[in-house]
Ligand binder design. Structure first.
Ligand code: PCA
Length: 321
């Protein structure tokens, strides 16, 4: 009898220990070798190590669990605990999310980081109201123009079949007379291969991820903006963790944010060399193309400022300080 009770108590304890181990799902829309995905994986490894396996974060790359445009809702509804989202895809919901994709507002890593510091408080508040905590944001390398033919001015972009990834890139297409089609990164290689699109704006990173040289031969380093991916967590899921586990997670994400910005900047040049090495023409835009794109940018900044109202003004004031 005594032995039996002892065994029962032992089993109960084991069950408790098993329950204490938490497994979280973390979907992202970008592939395994991508700089953001590698950074997330390292963050997950750090958390597992720091918590002795108590919190295990399982990464689901390339839209394999949820498509890129389903991830935010997935976190909000509790389908997954964490998710990575390209912030500017949410610009129609609130223009604040789109500040990092306004052309020529912040075109270097230093300025992009400054803009992030200026916009972080408002962004955090918006997500908090939706039941999410913003954990970090990391910039993509600067955005340039990919095309299947040489471009010397915006006039050459007329009629291009233009892949868009957010409202801003759709708007650019409209302003230059191209035809926008929204396609997430995971479907880009296919869309290029089938000729659904023949041009787009993005970073060298995404060009390399999608082996873009198999379809297009030109990349113009316009450096028009540096959009960011953000990592968000469900506040409910976070609150369910014990304090030491929460602390370990917050430490790992702070490290990841710092590392992410550094790696993104460091790798920028490597991506461009990879594009060249694979036979692409990689060059700065002509003076005409640059001027034309800057005009597009001016129209878009004015429009953004109007739509973003007081929040937008606060961000711009803090950024320009
Ligand atoms: N790559 C992502 C977003 C920005 C970038 O550089 C993409 O093209 O979908």
């Amino acid at each position: 009898m005594r032995a039996k009770a002892f065994v029962a108590a032992g089993l109960a304890l084991a069950a408790m220990a098993a329950q204490a181990d938490t497994r979280w799902d973390l979907p992202t829309g970008y592939p395994a070798g991508n700089l953001h995905t590698e950074n997330l994986q390292q963050m997950a490894n750090d958390v597992e190590k720091a918590t002795g396996g108590k919190l295990r974060i399982v990464l689901h790359p390339n839209g394999s669990l949820l498509k890129a445009n389903e991830i935010k809702r997935g976190v909000q509804t509790g389908q997954v605990q964490m998710g990575e989202v390209l912030m500017s895809t949410l610009a129609n919901e609130n223009p604040v999310f789109g500040v990092d994709a306004v052309p020529f507002l912040a075109t270097s890593y230093t300025d992009a980081y400054k803009l992030w510091e200026a916009s972080r408080p408002v962004t955090e508040k918006l997500l908090d109201k939706q039941g999410m905590k913003l954990l970090y944001a990391v910039a993509w390398p600067p955005q340039g123009i990919y095309a299947n033919k040489p471009l010397n001015s915006a006039a050459d972009m007329k009629g291009l079949k233009w892949r868009a990834y957010n409202p801003a890139t759709s708007r650019i297409a409209e302003l230059v007379g191209a035809q926008p089609v929204t396609i997430q990164a995971a479907d880009l290689a296919q869309a290029l291969a089938t000729g659904t699109v023949n041009s787009f704006m993005s970073s060298g990173a995404t060009g390399v991820d999608t082996k873009v040289w198999e379809s297009v031969k030109y990349f113009y380093t316009v450096d028009a903006w540096l959009p960011k991916n953000m990592l968000v967590v469900s506040k409910k899921a976070l609150a369910a963790l014990d304090k030491p586990t929460q602390d370990a997670l917050l430490k790992a994400v702070a490290d990841a944010e710092k590392r992410g910005w550094q790696v993104s900047e460091q790798k920028t040049r490597d991506y461009l060399s990879t594009l060249s090495r694979n036979g692409m023409t990689v060059q700065p835009p002509s003076a005409q193309l640059r001027t034309d794109m800057q005009k597009v940018g001016q129209a878009m900044v004015a429009d953004w400022a109007k739509r973003a109202g007081d929040d937008g003004k606060a961000i711009l004031d803090a950024y320009q300080k």
